[in-house]
Design a protein around this ligand. Sequence first.
Ligand SMILES: Cc1cc2nc3c(=O)[nH]c(=O)nc-3n(C[C@H](O)[C@H](O)[C@H](O)COP(=O)(O)O)c2cc1C
Length: 214
Amino acid sequence: MSTLTKLALGAMGALRPRPPTGKAGKSIKLPAPDKSGGIPLMRALAKRRSSRAFARKPLPLPILSSLLWAAFGVNRRGGGRTAPSAIDAQEIDVYVALPDGAYLYDAKAHALRLVAASDLRRVTGYQDFVDEAPLDLVYVADHRRMRLVPVAQRESYASAAAGAIAQNVYLYSASAGLATVIRAWIDRNAIADALGLGHDQHVVLSQTVGYPRG
Ligand SMILES: Cc1cc2nc3c(=O)[nH]c(=O)nc-3n(C[C@H](O)[C@H](O)[C@H](O)COP(=O)(O)O)c2cc1C
């Protein structure tokens, strides 16, 4: 769908998901992430960049697993994560929009939990490439977990936490030969509706990931 069509539908509050491709599982246990692979950190930093041309090729489950673990997985005893959060509130939830459905990443179980059996990739942003790339991530701040953070700071702290997760995805992508771009040009209401979010859950950013086109 073109950006212009999306803008028009968005203005009417009518930017909606598509029917799913394939059958969504209620829960998908992810394979163990590959924590020993990858290119050296300094090379990944040298390669990091935003890309907006994606092939339609799906991401294999082992790659999705390592990507999500790198993004915001549990990396130590006690439940610590690969990205920081103020007072360790861990307020960002990572939603995973795939062709067969939208899932919540359950970092503790390293599993995906189905939240919508529809293809809501096109709802995750105004840019046309988000519809066809194999994966769109959505970072959602759950303000109920930030009760100890002063109200005036909650939004900026959540943005910082989502930014750290996004950079993890950039670095993993650089290492794994994937293309990615973080996106703020999104219809937050349309995404919240499609994911069935509550009043305390705020959509912060979205990020597309896939194989580079061409
Ligand atoms: C908060 C934030 C929001 C962004 N929003 C978008 C967006 O909506 N669409 C997009 O194509 N790129 C978006 N970008 C990516 C920037 O355009 C990109 O990082 C910038 O042009 C620098 O390019 P580089 O990432 O390749 O270094 C965003 C980046 C940030 C940090």
